[in-house]
Write a protein that binds this ligand. Structure first.
Ligand code: AMP
Ligand code: MG
Length: 333
């Protein structure tokens, strides 16, 4: 079991819980109106507000720590964005009473660090499309040491704690610590007797029954190559399409067997951002799964803001990893 009294664990759970719950409030209060006008500002507001909340708590609890966040406050400081910054400040005020727009920018910019030997990395809203259309999205925070993820937390406001794939769930929180397993609980406020349930991957060993997890957005993975892959594997199961690192959560809980992030022929140089993979990957590994790049190499989180040394991602329940890697080699040959 994870020691929830450990200062890093306690900070990560609390920060993600507050940030993800605030994002859910913003979604509830802003998105429906915006949808009709195709106004994307709720995503911007939630993204910055969630990063401000995590930056604030990190500064309070670990003042010297490094945070590599997806966002930076530069854009918000321009006069044209004054209203948006005020909106963000209004929401952040619910978590940090009396906060000013200047302080909100300061807290967001706690995330502009470059990764060092040890660092935290944050995707405040992973799966922006899922956020906008009331599907799945996640707030993802991880702690990395010497290129290896040690702790990962995912706050998933629209997922039920039994991960039964419905939208509009009461919200769940997943946590994994290297060597201590992967666990899930409710996103709701922390209580001393809170129940954590351990996650474990699917025991499926037959490639033909492998369920593939896929991005909802076709721009985020090479869909035709994913079809070839499934053919090569002899797979018959329908793919599971979903936004964000919630796919990693489902893989960790046995709702699917293989999750690939493939490259496009015209974007072979695309490298994954560390905050898009760090938390989710340790959650899968600690649930018994395996995560590598498309060549079977371990992910190297010591190369800056992207996984420079890794092409794409192959995450599996472990039992099907070798089969997945050889299918990948066959389709790219
Ligand atoms: P998903 O929700 O699985 O579709 O993945 C969302 C993430 O995909 C975003 O956070 C982006 O960082 C990332 N992304 C954006 N463009 C690309 C791309 N061309 N290839 C792969 N991932 C991308
Ligand atoms: Mg993301």
């Amino acid at each position: 079991m994870i020691n929830i009294k450990d200062p890093k664990v306690e900070f990560a759970i609390n920060a993600v819980r507050q940030a993800a719950s605030l994002a859910a409030d913003i979604q509830g209060e802003m998105v429906s109106q915006a949808l009709t006008k195709d106004d994307r500002s709720p995503v911007t507001v939630a993204d910055f507000a969630a990063q401000a909340v995590v930056g604030y708590y990190l500064g309070e609890i670990f003042p010297g720590a490094t945070l590599v966040g997806e966002e930076q406050a530069d854009v918000l400081r321009s006069p044209e964005e004054k209203e948006v910054l005020e909106r963000i400040t209004g929401f952040v005020n619910r978590v940090i009473p009396g906060v000013s727009p200047e302080l909100v920018c300061e807290y967001i910019d706690r995330g502009i660090d470059d990764p060092g030997e040890s660092y935290w990395t944050l995707d405040p809203i992973d799966g922006t499309k899922g956020f906008f259309f009331f599907f799945q999205y996640a707030c993802a925070l991880a702690y990395v040491e010497f290129g290896k993820v040690q702790l990962g937390v995912l706050g998933c406001p629209n997922m039920t704690p039994d991960l039964d794939q419905k939208t509009g769930g009461i919200g769940s929180l997943l946590i994994a610590e290297r060597g201590c397993g992967s666990w899930i609980t409710s996103l709701k406020q922390f209580e001393a007797d809170q129940q954590f349930t351990q996650l474990s991957v699917s025991p499926q060993k037959e490639p033909e029954y492998a369920r593939l997890m896929r991005s909802f957005e076709s721009g985020h993975t090479n869909v035709s190559q994913a079809d070839f892959f499934q053919e090569e594997l002899g797979g018959k199961a329908d793919p599971v399409r979903m936004d964000s690192q919630v796919k990693y959560a489902l893989l960790a809980a046995g709702w699917g067997e293989i999750y690939l992030r493939l490259l496009f022929p015209d974007r072979m140089d695309y490298r994954e951002k560390i905050w898009d993979q760090a938390a989710g990957s340790v959650i899968v590994e600690e649930a018994g799964g395996k995560v590598s790049d498309l060549d079977g190499k371990p992910l190297d989180f010591a190369q800056g803001r992207t996984l420079k040394n890794n092409r794409g991602i192959c995450a599996t329940n472990g039992f099907l990893h070798d089969a997945a890697i050889s299918a990948l080699q066959n389709i790219s040959a």
